[in-house]
Design a protein around this ligand. Structure first.
Ligand code: PHE
Length: 347
């Protein structure tokens, strides 16, 4: 039957097949337009053709059939639509569902700076020997920082190239030694104190920072001798760097101690063979110390006839670098967790 309009039942059956096969809402809407579109839908068009049927009874009959088929297709579309929507929301729920059995991401705990850790460890060791912690100001009088520790005006160590001056009388302390005087004035004799704190010098390279930390130590009593100094600091060094460390004493000079000594540690990088870290000497300077100069004792109000004492000063960053094998001091202050974490974890 060429040219004859496709049978309305066949068109409806086709539409229902297509609707059942639709997998998403846009294609379902396309089918609705294609079959039921106003006027030109493949199915709805059959309503228009009814006018051609002359006989009233037959026309009504046909209209009823077409309406019924349209109704069926509409039902199919609505049913499929509901189904697709249900499936989609189930998919969404599945995708968004929380799996409460998945372990949470590991929270990274912060850690103390290597400098803080080193300072605490030093305090712990000296506490075992009966030392208590005292402190003094970081902005210090020139008088305490220099004059009273035997570096009178004109002394080369006062060179303003090294010192940050605040005004004529005040500066950022260049070492923790002024606290020796303050502690003597405050606590008299006998006393055993350590002073962990900041110090400042105009210096900046791989082994110097303009701000750094020192631990000053001071022990005053009757009959204190060089043997006490050596015993105390060797005990400290073996405790801090390990019982198998190798140490060496060297004579030195400080204006505020007499005699003065330096304690050195066999190079942690080469074990004493000689390498760039120890400048091929095999040894690393650990601390400066000596018997407190009688003038300094007197400046602190101590009876220098009755009492003697020893003092020492040690760079905390330096000690931390040696203990943790850090080659560049600046790394300690760059706040780079990739560096700071492993240094501490590996300690
Ligand atoms: N104040 C000295 C320094 O900064 C260290 C030191 C302290 C030396 C006490 C001897 C006694 O280098």
């Amino acid at each position: 039957m060429t040219g004859a309009p496709p049978d309305v039942h066949r068109v409806a059956a086709q539409a229902i097949d297509a609707v059942r096969g639709a997998t998403d809402l846009p294609s379902l809407e396309q089918l609705r337009a294609r079959y039921l579109g106003r006027g030109d839908g493949e199915l709805s068009a059959h309503l228009r053709g009814l006018g051609a049927i002359g006989e009233r009874e037959a026309r009504a009959q046909k209209a009823k059939v077409v309406q019924e088929l349209i109704g069926r297709v509409v039902e199919e579309i609505d049913a499929r639509r509901e189904q697709i929507e249900r499936e989609q929301s189930a998919d969404r729920e599945a995708a968004e569902a929380m799996d409460l059995t998945v372990p949470p991401p590991r929270l990274r705990r912060g850690n103390l700076s290597p400098v803080t850790l080193a300072a605490r460890e030093m305090q712990r060791i000296f506490a075992q020997l009966g030392y208590t912690v005292v402190s003094g100001p970081e902005v210090e009088y020139d008088r305490y920082n220099f004059t009273l520790v035997n570096q009178p005006p004109g002394h080369p160590a006062r060179d303003s190239q090294d010192t940050f001056y605040v005004d004529d009388a005040r500066l950022l302390r260049t070492h923790t030694s002024p606290v020796q005087i303050r502690s003597m004035i405050l606590h008299g004799a006998p006393q055993r104190v350590i002073v962990p704190g900041k110090a400042f010098r105009r210096d900046y390279d791989a082994s110097h920072m303009p701000m750094f930390h020192q631990v000053e130590g001071l022990c005053i009593d009757e009959g204190i001798a060089v043997s006490d100094l050596k015993g105390t600091l060797e005990y400290f060094a073996y405790s801090y760097f390990g019982a198998d460390s190798r140490l060496q004493w060297r004579p030195h000079h400080f204006p505020f101690t007499e005699p003065s000594l330096e304690l050195e540690l066999a190079c942690v990088a080469c074990g004493g063979e000689g390498c760039p870290l120890c400048k091929h000497s095999g040894w690393l300077e650990l601390l400066g110390c000596g018997m407190v100069h009688p003038t300094v004792l007197r400046n602190g109000g101590i009876d220098a006839e009755r009492y003697t004492g020893f003092a020492f000063g040690m760079g905390i960053e330096r000690a931390a670098m040696l203990a943790y094998g850090v080659q560049d001091m600046r790394l300690l202050y760059r706040n780079d967790a990739r560096f700071l974490r492993p240094v501490v974890v590996g300690a």
